[in-house]
Design a protein around this ligand. Structure first.
Ligand code: NAD
Length: 247
């Protein structure tokens, strides 16, 4: 589905981002995996190469919160693979602190990665996509951008911002054939969830209409659809992959 396409995936070293990297490579894309540290990026590349040594993959670890660093990383991808067709802004951190314990610095940090880094990625990739005459940007939102969450206000605030950026840029960039969408996962079995006691996961699952948490591969399928030409007229969408979670 992604033959001859070049994809950049931020936060591609584990969890949902890694599942996206693997699925995109499996579907013929050349993939640049971006992570926060050299060691984790190298490990992710090794894991991908172990699946298929023929895959064209590369790894980088720019500071996503710094525009110049993102721009330089994207230039390296262009130098190696010739272009960027797909950008997945997936790196993110979450928070749970109640407001009184929530340090202003922690709020700034979550906004820097979950919001500013998405802006930086979009800003750096748009000139390349305009040059190509097409592009697909997909941002990772969350189910918390439907109703907020009970504590850790920075996280839902950041994901509502991601949805706002997605819908606004879809309108701004439609005339250039650049599509901008988001995927909003529900509770997904990444490292964070896997580390929880099984009975706690079962309790969470019981509150989900489909009776279970999601798997990273199921979330990655939504990214594949939005990245591919099958979604050629889909832009400005926030696609929930959450088993019909309502809160
Ligand atoms: P994860 O913690 O397993 O992976 C996070 C990724 O982000 C890693 O690749 C990590 O290297 C990268 N990252 C973290 N801090 C970074 C930094 N400062 N600079 C660069 N990269 C950094 O998380 P995940 O669960 O796979 O989450 C991925 C995305 O999905 C996030 O945006 C998250 O908000 C969203 N999400 C996750 C869930 C869930 O239940 N797992 C639900 C809804 C939304």
């Amino acid at each position: 589905m992604l033959k001859n396409k070049v994809a950049v995936i931020t936060g591609g070293t584990r969890g949902i981002g890694f599942a996206i990297a693997e699925l995109f490579a499996k579907n013929g894309a050349k993939v640049a995996v971006l992570g926060s540290r050299k060691e984790t990026v190298d490990k992710a590349l090794e894991k991908l190469a172990a699946v298929d040594a023929e895959w064209e993959i590369m790894g980088l670890y720019p500071d996503l919160t710094d525009y110049a660093s993102v721009e330089a990383a994207f230039a390296q991808v262009k130098e190696r693979f010739g272009k960027i067709d797909i950008l997945v802004n997936n790196a993110g951190i979450s928070a749970r602190e109640p407001i009184e314990a929530y340090e202003p610095d922690a709020f700034k940090n979550i906004m820097d990665l979950n919001v500013t880094a998405v802006f930086n990625g979009c800003k750096a990739v748009v000139p390349m996509m305009k040059e190509n005459g097409s592009g697909s940007i997909i941002n990772t939102s969350s189910m918390v951008a439907k109703f907020g969450q009970q504590s850790g206000v920075g996280y839902p605030a950041s994901k509502f911002a991601v949805n706002g950026m997605t819908q606004s840029l879809a309108r701004e960039l439609g005339k250039y054939n650049i599509r901008v969408n988001a995927v909003a996962p529900g509770v997904t079995r990444t490292d964070m969830v896997a580390a929880l006691p099984e009975e706690m996961v079962a309790r969470v699952a019981a509150g989900i209409p489909m009776g279970r948490v999601g798997e990273p591969e199921e979330v990655a399928n939504a990214f594949l659809f939005l990245a591919s030409d099958m979604a050629s007229y889909v832009s400005g969408a926030v696609l929930a992959v959450d088993g019909a979670t309502v809160n």
